[in-house]
Write a new protein. Structure first.
Length: 425
């Protein structure tokens, strides 16, 4: 009896602490998820290669789906692509690196520790001190940030060129930097000796609705690509003061899909060139159901089971999962065109179930709430008691945030969600 009283007293004290101190802190740490523009979902990134930097051969191999505005950089011996993620709920600038089997998505770029969901149109440069400087737009202006690892950036001040978008940068032979950017219907230019403080130039070119990309050639000349449905190219022999249209212009050979939006040039270590660009896929009947599941309190979302059924949700059984999420929470299920699906559920041990009725195409992102350790789809006193009883252990069934220890953070998450029920719609 004494042990029972002592256990309940400890549980009550923890409860009081959770609601008075820890709960407000935890609630503030979970930002809401907004949605990116739907049009980016149809964007796809392809690659072309060239020996002379003028004639490129297209590989016609899809590198990244639902991805736009690429900019590539050599990170050691690896090619990293910075891009705007077009998946619903996964907005912001993300990074993919080249792997033996193709490009694999790593994670979203963080600015001052937070994913900047409104960041767009990235351009990345390597600095002499082995850091990276990222330029990006927020819809009105161009901003910059620096990083040592290429993933976690510290914000700098707004680039002093006024309203602008779609930046691109190259270093000139004299060590200075040249930036091109879009303002209205024109491409404008600016120079810098430091790569972060710029002096605007008077030179302008019509962008024709396309986006610019600068290319520093070995003979000191600068090439400017403007990508839209096709590529246009211009050449400058005076550091961007004047430009002449090239004839013949840069061309893409062996191209199956006519599009060259958002071009990005990368000089490879072997002296060749790689051109990354965007193709807009034709809308088609949905042959997949996809989305993302995030887990409250975690940063790795791998392993959530996805259940899909043609009948109502009450008919889905827990032993017939259709897919599981990757570390970014993504899942994609191939489905029969024309088939009507009634219910999709996302289930993870220790979390309230997520549910989507009549799922089709990309269903967006759902965040599962933690604390349901006994699996009754409700967070209540029984869950708190189980976590308290296993406090200090490494029991994965009650280690909600997956850090290898059942501790105050797991209790706090449960308290935050007390009395909440699933399924989360």
């Amino acid at each position: 009896m004494k042990k029972f009283i002592y256990f309940n007293l400890v549980l009550w004290l923890v409860w009081q602490w959770l609601f008075s101190v820890a709960t407000p802190m935890l609630q503030a740490s979970y930002p809401s998820i907004s949605q990116p523009p739907d049009s980016l979902y149809t964007h796809q990134i392809y690659r072309a290669t060239s020996v002379d930097g003028l004639t490129f051969t297209v590989g016609n191999t899809l590198l990244l789906d639902h991805a736009s505005s690429p900019d590539a950089v050599l990170h050691g011996n690896e090619v990293w692509i910075y891009f705007v993620n077009g998946r619903l709920g996964q907005e912001g600038i993300w990074v993919a690196r080249q792997a033996p089997s193709g490009f694999e998505i790593m994670e979203a770029v963080k600015l001052d520790g937070v994913v900047a969901k409104q960041a767009m149109n990235p351009t990345i440069i390597s600095l002499s001190d082995r850091r990276y400087r990222l330029f990006y737009g927020d819809g009105n202006t161009i901003l910059s940030a620096v990083s040592e690892d290429g993933l976690n950036f510290s914000s700098e001040s707004e680039v002093n060129i006024g309203a602008a978008s779609d930046p691109t940068m190259v270093q000139l032979t004299n060590g200075n930097w040249l930036m091109a950017f879009v303002r209205g219907a024109e491409i404008n230019f600016a120079t810098s000796t430091t790569s972060n403080v710029f002096t605007p130039m008077q030179t302008t070119l019509s962008n024709g609705g396309g986006t610019p990309e600068l290319m520093a050639l070995s003979d000191g000349k600068i090439r400017l690509l403007v990508g839209k449905d096709t590529l246009k190219s211009y050449l400058s022999q005076d550091g961007g003061q004047t430009w002449q249209a090239e004839s013949p212009a840069v061309s893409l050979m062996n191209q199956n899909k006519v599009s060259a939006k958002y071009p990005s040039i990368l000089a490879m270590a072997d002296g060749t060139w790689s051109l990354f660009y965007v193709v807009v896929a034709e809308p088609s009947a949905s042959t997949f159901i996809s989305g993302a599941v995030q887990l409250q309190g975690r940063t790795n979302y791998i392993g959530t089971k996805i259940f899909l059924g043609t009948s109502d949700c009450s008919s889905l059984t827990a032993d017939k999962s259709t897919a599981t999420t990757d570390k970014n929470g993504h899942f994609e299920i191939s489905v029969t065109t024309g088939q009507s699906y009634q219910c999709l559920q996302a289930r993870q041990v220790g979390y309230l179930m997520g549910q989507k009725n009549l799922p089709s195409g990309d269903i967006g992102t759902i965040t599962l709430l933690g604390g349901d350790v006994n699996g009754d789809n409700e967070v209540n006193i029984f869950d708190l008691a189980l976590i308290a009883a296993g406090y200090g252990s490494n029991n994965p069934q009650i280690d909600l945030n997956g850090d290898g220890l059942v501790d105050i953070f797991d209790l706090t998450m449960t308290a935050v969600n007390y009395n909440k029920r699933g399924p989360i719609q």
